[in-house]
Ligand binder design. Structure first.
Ligand SMILES: [Zn+2]
Length: 485
């Protein structure tokens, strides 16, 4: 739990003088007869003190509903909910809301294979390229957002609140990998037609420019077909490149093909509902089958080193893990349970990231705990240690410990952040930290304590959710220890 220091009366007075007697969440005055409370603005780090710069007054009503969010997060979330109160909302509305105006006029000219854009803030020059297939000219640019407008013709869809919120959170800590796609049409308007949630999330967080690839007056009819084919609501199974989609096709066969032929956006949630309503499966059954497809995809990933250590039967003595044990450990605790509602392969579908993150972590576990150590034929000290580390209850306990440590390291304070543990982009350097955490857990003396009575081994082996955990606590194998606090 974060360290909470009591504020002194004079500090409270100081904060009220600074912020006024107003709730930080919505800026409304707090009546004199109502008590005022205080809350942190940004999530504070585990070891940081409560500084006055990071605390603000808040009314009782908001304080009761804020949960584990920081004030900043809560305010952003409420502001977004307010913006979406009367739907539908389009990119134009969002730009207006944040910047006051949208779709400003500008001029441009083409000089020596470059385009010069004349904005109020000054001239911008970018080299022009030509598409080898269509002959259309295009350029990459970082454009001021108030010149943008939504491409009603090519992108008629409204913004989705949940997707926007998720991407907004994602971009708080992650870079944008691919630019949004725009066109300048014959009347000189700058229209954004692909990546609108990405752009909207950036603008929502206060960005004044947007990274874009811009086509210069392309044939809108051809572009519309391209866009529909690549990203339209009626796209077919063949479009999906994600391995998971192939896994679904393998496992669900006809059902999957049939679902793909239905109209509208495709998502896990949509597929779950299809299995329930069209295929008369129970909700539990449908959920289980979708989860199984996800699990199989992770285990069948050829780069997954841990898969080489799985036995076919749960009681196989020769291997440290089984599929059933992975379900109770890595999959149960580190994946978002299905269904997620995001459209498959859209900007906001993070299943691909989640899979990649989990496989990377499983590889670290294999490298640090098993490679060069697991040798049942040799049965030496290194192997015996690995056996204890991978005994039934132990794995259940340290997977949860590892998750808690990573949550703390990544500053995941809210329930939503914790729920979406790996359902996000995580940069490579973070995995160097995750490796240190795994190394530290595996270096604990609990794994090589002399144990003549066999009592510790027995407690580590007990296949339940609590026995090994309480042993960890007794022996101080805790998140605090792993993080070196
Ligand atoms: Zn309030």
């Amino acid at each position: 739990m974060p360290h909470r220091r009591q504020l002194s009366d004079s500090e409270k007075e100081q904060l009220l003088a600074q912020h006024g007697r107003r709730c930080f969440v919505d800026g409304e005055p707090v009546p004199e007869d109502e008590s005022i409370e205080f809350h942190h603005i940004k999530p504070y780090s585990e070891d940081g003190p409560t500084t006055l710069a990071n605390v603000a007054p808040v009314c009782r009503r908001h304080h009761r509903t804020i949960g584990t969010m920081s004030l900043q997060e809560y305010r952003d979330k409420l502001e977004l909910a307010g913006f979406f109160e009367d739907e539908p909302k389009y990119l134009n509305d969002l730009i207006s809301f944040k910047r006051g105006h949208y779709g400003e006029k500008f001029t441009y000219e083409i000089l020596d294979g470059a385009i010069c854009l004349y904005f109020e803030g000054g001239r911008q020059d970018y080299p022009l390229h030509t598409c080898a297939t269509t002959g259309w000219q295009y350029f990459y640019a970082t454009l001021p957002v108030e010149y943008l407008r939504n491409d009603r013709d090519l992108q008629p869809r409204a913004l989705r609140q949940a997707s926007l919120w998720r991407l907004y959170r994602h971009f708080q800590t992650n870079t944008q990998l691919a630019p949004s796609i725009c066109r300048i049409d014959e009347s000189g308007d700058l229209l954004l037609f692909d990546g609108q949630h990405k752009a909207a999330a950036q603008i929502w967080s206060g960005r004044t420019t947007i990274e874009s690839k811009v086509y210069l007056d392309p044939n809108p009819r051809v572009l519309k077909e391209t866009n529909l084919e690549a990203d339209g609501p009626f796209r077919q199974m063949s479009f999906y490149s994600h391995e998971l989609m192939r896994k679904y096709a393998d496992i669900f066969g006809e059902d999957w093909a049939e679902y793909m032929e239905t109209e509208g956006e495709k998502s896990e949630l949509g597929f779950l509902n299809f299995l329930i309503h069209a295929k008369k499966k129970t909700k539990a059954r449908a959920r289980k089958e979708i989860a199984l497809a996800m699990y199989r995809e992770i285990v069948d990933d050829p780069s997954n080193k841990l898969s080489g250590y799985l036995s076919e039967t749960p009681r196989g003595r020769k291997q440290p893990l089984s599929f059933a044990r992975l379900k109770k450990t890595f999959f149960q605790h580190l994946l978002v349970p299905p269904p997620v509602q995001e459209e498959f392969e859209s900007d906001t579908d993070f299943r691909k990231h989640e899979r990649r993150n989990l496989v990377k972590l499983m590889n670290i576990v294999a490298e640090e705990g098993l490679e060069g150590k697991w040798a049942p034929d040799r049965a030496d000290a290194a192997h015996q240690k690995a056996e204890r580390v991978f005994s039934a209850g132990a794995v259940r306990a340290w997977v949860i410990l590892l998750r808690d440590v990573i949550n703390q390291h990544l500053h995941h304070y809210t329930d939503e952040q914790r729920r979406q543990f790996f359902y996000r982009g995580i940069s490579d350097p973070e995995f160097a930290y995750f490796r240190q955490f795994v190394q530290k857990i595996f270096s604990h003396k609990i794994w090589d304590d002399p144990d003549p009575s066999g009592e510790i081994s027995a407690r580590l082996a007990k296949d339940d959710a609590t026995t090994a955990r309480s042993l960890f606590d007794e022996k101080r194998l805790t998140a605090r220890w792993v993080l070196g606090e």
